[in-house]
Design a protein around this ligand. Structure first.
Ligand SMILES: NC(=O)c1ccc[n+]([C@@H]2O[C@H](COP(=O)([O-])OP(=O)(O)OC[C@H]3O[C@@H](n4cnc5c(N)ncnc54)[C@H](OP(=O)(O)O)[C@@H]3O)[C@@H](O)[C@H]2O)c1
Length: 268
């Protein structure tokens, strides 16, 4: 019987590329995002290209009740989740005193609370079966202070800490958890975060989401506890480990500033 992977955030970017890899490798998929129409199109295309079964389930994971609803929907269809990929995530760019609190609280709900909630529900089943894998989308932003995206960076620090702690708790089981740490990657992330004019968004253009997804998939299959995708990102994380946090914060601030020629500058 084919294994099933549930991938949140599979409608675009890194999650979409992960869905393609899992489909190519013979997995059946449950793909999750907010928009049923988009998911339906992705599902039909993946089924056509790779065969296998792809089930789209629309769910807004910035709402506290959504993880339970999603879990019940999966149960009601008698589906067993062998691999959980918590990819759905968002950021918000700007000075914290000027950004929208409502959006930031939704980001915390999406990036942290829903990720914890889904992990709780599906991991218990995996441990009971003594079989399963979880991929958590962290970020190199979680390894250093992230001025101008402070809430986002802090959510990713949570994901990394949470994932590494659970990896240790799981060490005597046949269940593994892997944290994937991409750097700036060419997806819709910066547009959605209002950060499309930043130096980081410019840098992202040379980093392919498919390569990041492949690094995450390979590490997940090996059962690695974490993977930083890309050589330059590995260097950046290594530097953040030795530099004073104030210097890392200044470097990240420069990256998150708007480009010199941006229409509106977010500089002070
Ligand atoms: N791009 C980067 O530079 C970068 C770097 C490090 C880490 N990451 C992380 O990688 C993950 C994927 O991001 P991406 O770069 O691939 O960006 P993306 O292209 O914007 O993809 C984000 C995905 O999350 C889904 N999503 C957003 N809000 C949601 C909600 N409330 N409920 C359910 N699904 C939701 C989106 O689907 P819908 O919009 O259709 O709902 C989409 O499928 C995120 O966790 C992000 O933090 C990205």
């Amino acid at each position: 019987m084919n294994q099933t992977a549930l991938i949140t955030g599979a409608s675009s970017g890194i999650g979409y590329e992960l869905a393609r890899i899992f489909a190519r490798e013979g997995y059946n998929l449950i793909i999750v995002g907010r928009h049923q129409g988009t998911l339906q199109t992705v599902a039909e295309n993946l089924e056509r290209e790779f065969g296998g079964r792809v089930i789209p389930i629309a769910s807004d994971l910035s709402k506290p009740e959504s993880p339970d609803q999603l879990y019940r929907e999966v149960q009601s269809r008698n589906l067993r989740v062998d691999v959980l990929v918590n990819d759905a995530g968002m950021g918000e760019h700007g000075f914290f005193t000027e950004t929208d609190l409502r959006k930031e609280l939704e980001i915390i709900q999406l990036n942290i609370a829903s990720l914890v909630h889904l992990t709780k529900l599906f991991l218990k089943e995996m441990v009971a079966r003594n079989n399963g894998k979880v991929l958590q989308l962290a970020s190199i932003a979680g390894t250093m202070p992230n001025p101008l995206m402070a809430v986002y960076g802090a959510t990713k620090a949570f994901v990394l800490s949470f994932s590494e702690a659970l990896s240790e708790e799981l060490k005597d089981t046949n269940v593994t958890m892997t944290a994937l740490l991409p750097g700036a990657t060419d997806t819709d992330f910066f547009n959605k975060a209002g950060a499309e004019e930043t130096n980081a968004a410019e840098m992202a253009k040379s980093n392919d989401a498919a390569k990041v997804a492949q690094d995450g998939f390979d590490a997940l299959m090996k059962g690695d506890r974490k993977v930083v995708s890309g050589f330059m990102n590995k260097v950046q994380v290594a530097m953040a480990n030795v530099l004073p946090d104030s210097v890392s914060a200044k470097n990240m601030s420069k990256l998150m500033e708007e480009k010199e020629n941006a229409p509106q500058q977010a500089k002070r």
